[in-house]
Design a protein around this ligand. Structure first.
Ligand code: PLP
Length: 429
């Protein structure tokens, strides 16, 4: 199986040690399951290996991957910080009792209202994206008589060889200021000049679903060289280097397995030797994993509603969810492993297109999936859905969003309840 929390026995799928079909019937479908043990273990791999290999380090959970109160609570218990990108995510961290000094505020279009709210909420560090935002933070911090700690987001000019839509470190990016064009240096000089800005260091995030630490070596090299240039030009030595997120996860058998602890050890060795070469003292290193914290802790269950064969064309299996709870196939053609939860090990009778319920031809969860013969009422499981599923869900077609049920050993509990028609009507005047 693609992850060791997925097993099968006597034809039945088990997730986090629990019978998937039984959970589907207990809670209804569509249903997001989260394996709490796996989520905690993923956090620990980052925390333990980063603190073992860097002199000073902090992993930040990039919470856009899955933002809900219970996940923030667990991540805080595991000692990670968190990245947020909106007032909504800040409100969730507050409501989870998250230590606000470990919250890092991202985004390339923060509004004045969000900046003020973040400051008044005690958000620890702003990751500034552009000069307009720097001026707004300077002004709003001045009004409050505080010096806001910040990192500057830079684009190191790296193409991480991943899919275009998730590549963010190239010069031509909507995020951050480019080192190559000189805009990063100008941005740094403005930050150093601003009395209410407390510049702590620099940030770069190059891509997602990265299987190769070479991207992090290159990022670290470019960023540390930039830090050495800044020191030569201004005397300022940055104390924090944020290398971004992006280690990949296995969605399908053909995806490689990333040994994150070993990769972090190798990145730390590279950072140390580069600092030696450049005569820099080793900065505190931050990394921002999102997907690799939550993806393989998640699974989605659906109920088959119809199976249609178009002779000479293809076979569709229609499910009671789709792009509303998982838009990633429609957006990126993302690969997923789909399993028949109560027919494990049965021989496939051919390939199916797993189609969602929305009035949209592009609403599919996966194509060309080998599955056993299916009928209405069968349970389908889509694996590795913990990241960018619930957080990207919509209520298109007024389809309510599924609940998140956490599995913690023998215990299961609802972290986010199923949305209802009343919830959808609540905003109407
Ligand atoms: C999305 C994002 C991440 C997390 O990326 P993953 O691929 O989920 O690990 C980290 N940092 C920034 C700035 C991001 O935008």
């Amino acid at each position: 199986m693609i992850c060791d929390n997925i097993t099968a026995a006597a034809g039945r799928l088990r997730f986090a040690g629990r019978d998937a079909g039984e959970l589907a019937r207990q809670y209804g479908t569509p249903l997001y399951l989260m394996d709490e043990g796996r989520l905690r273990q993923n956090c620990r791999v980052y925390r333990e290996s980063m603190s073992a290999h860097f002199s000073r380090a902090l992993p930040l959970y990039a919470s856009k991957a899955l933002s809900c109160r219970r996940v923030y609570e667990i991540v805080a218990e595991e000692g990670l910080g968190a990245d947020v990108v909106s007032a909504g995510e800040i409100a969730m961290t507050k409501s989870a009792g998250f230590p606000m000094e470990k919250v890092f505020f991202h985004g390339s279009a923060k509004t004045d209202e969000e900046i003020a709210y973040a400051m008044d909420s005690g958000v620890g560090v702003f990751i500034l994206d552009n000069p307009e935002e720097l001026r707004a933070v300077e002004r709003l911090a001045g009004e409050r008589g505080l010096r806001q700690r910040v990192l500057l987001r830079l684009t190191p000019g790296i193409d991480p060889h991943t899919f275009e839509a998730v590549a963010t470190g190239k010069v031509d990016s909507k995020f951050g200021q480019s080192i190559e064009t000189g805009q990063a240096m100008a941005f740094t000089l403005s930050a150093l000049d601003a009395p209410h800005i407390d510049l702590r260091g620099f940030h770069a995030h190059v891509g997602s679903q990265v299987f190769d630490s070479a991207v992090f070596y290159d990022t670290a090299g470019i960023m540390l060289r930039f830090m050495a240039d800044v020191r030569a030009q201004t005397g300022y030595e940055a104390e924090m280097l944020n290398l971004g997120g992006g280690y990949g996860v296995r969605y399908v058998e053909s995806d490689p397995h990333v040994d994150i602890a070993a990769e972090i050890a190798s990145v730390a060795a590279r950072v140390r030797s580069l600092c030696g070469e450049l005569g820099l003292s080793e900065p505190m290193v931050l990394m921002e994993p999102g997907r690799s914290i939550v993806a393989d802790a998640g699974m989605t269950l659906y109920t088959v509603q119809a199976v249609k064969t178009i002779p000479g064309y293809r076979r569709y299996v229609s499910i009671d969810g789709g792009m509303t709870d998982n838009p990633r196939y429609a957006l990126y053609r993302s690969a997923y492993t789909v399993l028949a939860a109560e027919h494990m090990g049965e021989e496939s009778d051919g390939v199916y297109t797993v189609a969602g319920r929305c009035c949209e031809s592009g609403d599919m969860v996966q194509e060309e999936v080998a599955l056993p013969p299916l009928k209405r009422g069968d349970i389908l499981a889509v694996c590795t859905t913990g990241a960018y599923n619930h957080s990207m869900a919509s209520c298109y077609n007024a389809v309510p969003r599924p609940p998140i049920v956490m599995i913690d050993g023998e215990r299961d509990y609802v972290a986010v309840r199923r949305e209802t028609a009343e919830d959808l009507l609540r905003r109407e005047m």
